[in-house]
Ligand binder design. Structure first.
Ligand code: ZN
Length: 149
């Protein structure tokens, strides 16, 4: 799949978000390209501050992959630039490739505010492609926040 196709899958996953949750979606693909898990942000739905789309998708993917906690060689596609928590988890899970859509200048930890995943002090650093279909990925967020006002 191309990077655009990966992000389109993440956009589909964002539609799984409940009505009160910010519509962010994430999908994890295995080393052979098959989809392992997808999730939407569910912080409000689950009442869980860590229930970001990336965390939920990585947890489910690790269970399915059956290789312990490691997601080595896997690709994580997410509609928005990950925050510090998710960026840290992506490094800890040893995700091979991170592809994301919209930049998040307020909380982004993959190039905007910080660059957690490419810190040179880390022994493991995933490959990164950011800003893929950025406008399409930002649109559901803009609609969501416009509805909140
Ligand atoms: Zn996050």
């Amino acid at each position: 799949m191309t990077e655009e196709q990966l992000i389109r899958q993440a956009l589909d996953a964002a539609r799984l978000a409940g009505p009160r949750d910010v519509p962010i979606g994430a999908v994890v693909f295995g080393p052979d390209g098959t989809e392992l898990a997808r999730a939407a942000n569910a912080r409000e739905e689950l009442g869980d501050p860590t229930a970001h789309a990336e965390i939920l998708a990585m947890r489910a993917a690790a269970t399915r992959l059956g290789d312990g906690w490691r997601l080595e060689g896997c690709t994580l596609a997410v509609t928005v630039e990950p925050c510090t928590m998710c960026a840290g988890a992506i490094v800890m899970a040893r995700v091979g490739l991170l592809v994301f859509g919209a930049w998040e200048p307020k909380t982004g930890a993959v190039g905007s505010l910080w660059d957690v995943v490419r810190d040179r002090r880390l022994t493991y650093r995933p490959q990164v492609r950011g800003g893929v279909l950025a406008a399409e990925c930002a649109a559901p967020l803009e609609e969501f926040f416009a509805r909140q006002r």
